[in-house]
Design a binder for this molecule. Sequence first.
Ligand SMILES: Nc1ncnc2c1ncn2[C@@H]1O[C@H](COP(=O)(O)OP(=O)(O)OP(=O)(O)O)[C@@H](O)[C@H]1O
Ligand SMILES: [Mg+2]
Length: 237
Amino acid sequence: MTALLEVEAVVGGYGAADEILKSISVALAPARMAAIVGPNGAGKSTLLKAIAGILKLKSGSIRLDGQVLSGLPPRGIAARGVAFVPQEANVFASLSVRENLEMGGYLEPRAKVEQRVEKLFGRFPILAEKRRKAARTLSGGQRQILAMAMALMVEPRLLLLDEPSAGLSPKAAGFLFDSIAAIHAEGTAILMVEQNALEALAIAEEGIVLVDGRVARTGEARALAEDPEVRRLFLGG
Ligand SMILES: Nc1ncnc2c1ncn2[C@@H]1O[C@H](COP(=O)(O)OP(=O)(O)OP(=O)(O)O)[C@@H](O)[C@H]1O
Ligand SMILES: [Mg+2]
């Protein structure tokens, strides 16, 4: 099977620290979901930024459906169906919920925007209820749902999520993970970075363990979650 996403020997970083990612290779098949876990500072967010085109690579390549993404501007990567939800500052605080969704669809034809906003209101009734409220008035969990819904406005083929459950209550995180699993079940490929490793591995099919800018382990998510060494090193038990 041809991979949807192929990250090949990617090296990159920030300014002088240009080798934060030390030759990373990962692949994701169409409609699959992988959880990226690993200690703080391992380069998890940096890898997502590299895929989204926010980070300039020093070497290596990133392809979607065999076509090179690396080197394209973030807008060009988004236009090919890759949507990125960063961990922080992922909604426009002073815009209404509806306006945020419209911003998420700014690359889309106008006629589609209305239709997709309505579809997302159907899927996330809390957003419909709060459509005229400023995003800053939402709870943390509602804000993460809005950020994800903004990404879904482009009907992405690949959704990149950076720590969607960070700072949420267990209940809010549970709702969010259920929503992510439902989006995945409809056929969207997802690459999700999570601190909450066990819950992430429970809804993903594959796991990728990053340590110090390298892929330390990959495999079936369930097997990784049960692996004693992985549990001891990365899952705190
Ligand atoms: N904008 C930046 N400029 C310079 N260095 C950065 C920048 N962002 C991250 N780094 C460094 O790159 C390394 C990897 O950071 P990254 O944010 O990718 O880690 P992470 O695995 O996402 O960690 P966390 O679990 O804390 O979110 C760290 O050493 C970090 O200090
Ligand atoms: Mg991070």
